[in-house]
Ligand binder design. Structure first.
Ligand code: BG6
Length: 509
């Protein structure tokens, strides 16, 4: 049946006919995020008229068992009405093929299945492979796809194959380079879409529009006017069922290496030549990463803080400490919190401290980037009962409340000349009155269209790992302390001291 939402302007935004193959289709990510995102794209008329989705995983189930499994997840995690006619139309496009990532036979069957769809629909589907499996299978799957002749290399969109690779992309600098090398044996760089779902968040994309579509901010975006920058990725959840994975990773690799450095590079890039040329943005991002001052063993000690959560309270409920979580190794020193002081050594930013922090079991879920501007001279206001003028501050809230706040000083009403701090506030909800699509919706659509702008290029991934290498290697030794913080607090005092040294404080979020 024709999708009722498919008329009007959405039609021109649609990608070509696509067969989407999700490896790891019975896993958590596929069920909670990818399949609901694909349904939402279908419902809103963004998918092509002709598409098929093939779940691929080891489990020996058939199409209808897969459909039931997906429906259960869609209802539970995305609140989707799976009795609606739209869901039924969508579900009719779902198929399943039992494929073991290490076994070539499954790929031959997959090929046959894809040929059947091409013949049935009289269509040459472009192929999108989504790797949502354990990362240890990524390179093997690419090799098996190649061996089964399942990679089209034409740049013609109907004959194209792309591969979307989930995180973690490598476990360190060397393994990320090796994974790049192995993927590039089978796919060209333009076919590889390394996903960082933070880049699909509306507010993260808005960093570029906000910076480059407004004449008033760009001139101020320099070391002359900016005092310091803070980026916080705070989560109230613990490691939960992902403890075993997390314990071998830590927050530095889980959040800072990817999501946080991606946001930082967008915030600090030079104006690209064009916002519609993917490489012009990514070239500038990589320059930022390469300009961040490298860590030495001394600066890992002085500028990097790591910590683990102890038991405590989150929203009034008592929660266990990291070491009590099941799956965490005894005596583990893996950090659940990290704070770093960075500096970008280029003409725009040299001398501006950049403080970044990420942590689990902090008081609330919030991601925010803030720019504090240099203080106005105090002398004019001396003797006016003002202890200190507040710094102007621009905060970009990525989540959960999406918006931008500008803090200014102003005169409160009354006969006396006094100064108080006020905030101007823009919220997505208030201004646009519509939901922001889930990050995966935007990214899946871009991958189908072959637009890599919001995906991480080979050199970006490698630069980010290279930057953090001295930190994670240093932290493997016992020379560096692992602080503790009670769950539900804002991390260890050592992280406060990191800022106090330069007369700064973490923003109260
Ligand atoms: C993932 C991390 O990449 O991002 C998780 O592996 C983290 O540990 C998650 O919880 C946070 O994503 P979001 O979109 O909920 O902020």
């Amino acid at each position: 049946m024709e999708n009722p939402f498919a008329e009007g302007e959405n039609r021109i935004l649609r990608p070509p006919s696509t067969a989407i193959v999700i490896f790891g289709a019975t896993g958590d990510l596929a069920r909670r995020k990818l399949l609901p995102a694909l349904y939402h794209l279908y419902r809103d008329g963004f998918l092509p008229q002709k598409f098929v989705i093939i779940g691929a995983a080891r489990r020996p189930i058939d199409d209808s068992q897969f459909v039931d499994f997906v429906a259960e997840g869609a209802r539970e995690f995305a609140n989707i009405d799976v009795s609606s006619s739209q869901w039924k139309e969508f579900a009719a496009r779902l198929h399943f093929e039992s494929v073991d990532g290490t076994d070539q036979d499954g790929f031959a069957r997959l090929r046959k299945r894809l040929e059947t769809f091409n013949a049935r629909d009289n269509e040459q589907y472009q192929l999108l492979y989504y790797l949502a499996t354990s990362p240890k299978f990524f390179a093997d799957i690419a090799a098996h796809l190649d061996e089964a002749n399942l990679i089209y290399r034409s740049s013609d969109e109907l004959n194209r194959s792309v591969i979307v690779v989930e995180k973690p992309f490598g476990d360190d600098y060397e393994s990320a380079r090796e994974l790049n090398r192995r993927l590039l044996e089978h796919f060209e760089e333009r076919q590889i879409f390394r996903i960082d779902h933070y880049l699909g968040k509306e507010t993260v994309q808005n960093i570029l529009v906000f910076r480059f579509a407004n004449g008033i901010f760009e001139p101020l975006w320099t070391r002359e006017y900016v005092d310091h920058i803070q980026i916080s990725v705070s989560e109230d959840i613990g490691v939960g069922s992902r403890a075993a994975y997390f314990d071998s990773s830590g927050i530095l690799k889980d959040i800072i290496q990817n999501h946080l450095l991606q946001m930082l590079s967008l915030l600090c890039i030079e104006p690209p030549i064009s916002l519609s040329d993917p490489d012009s943005i990514r070239d500038e991002k990589v320059k930022v990463l390469r300009s961040i001052r490298p860590f030495s063993s001394e600066s890992v000690m002085s500028d990097c803080v790591r910590a683990q959560y102890d038991s405590g309270f989150i929203k009034g409920k008592s929660v266990v400490g990291y070491h009590e979580e099941s799956g965490v190794r005894e005596g583990s020193r893996t950090e659940t919190y990290a704070a770093l002081r960075l500096e970008i050594d280029n003409w725009r930013w040299s001398g501006v401290p950049i403080y970044v922090r990420a942590g689990k079991r902090l008081p609330k879920r919030i991601t925010e980037l803030s720019i504090s501007f240099k203080r106005a001279p105090q002398s004019l206001f001396r003797g006016r009962q003002i202890v200190e003028l507040d710094q102007n501050m621009l905060a970009i809230q990525v989540q959960p409340r999406e918006g931008i706040t500008l803090r200014m000083n102003s005169k409160p009403p009354g006969p006396r000349m006094r100064v108080g701090s006020v905030e101007m506030d823009f919220s997505y909800k208030g201004s646009f009155g519509m939901r922001s699509a889930d990050a995966y919706e935007r990214l899946l659509l871009d991958a189908m269209k072959g637009d890599p702008t919001l995906f991480t290029r080979k050199d970006e991934i490698e630069e980010a790992w290279k930057l953090l290498k001295p930190v994670y290697e240093g932290w493997q030794t016992s020379d560096y302390p692992v602080y503790q913080y009670a769950a539900g607090t804002w991390g260890p005092t050592a992280a406060d001291e990191l800022l106090e040294r330069s007369g700064h404080r973490w923003r109260v979020l």
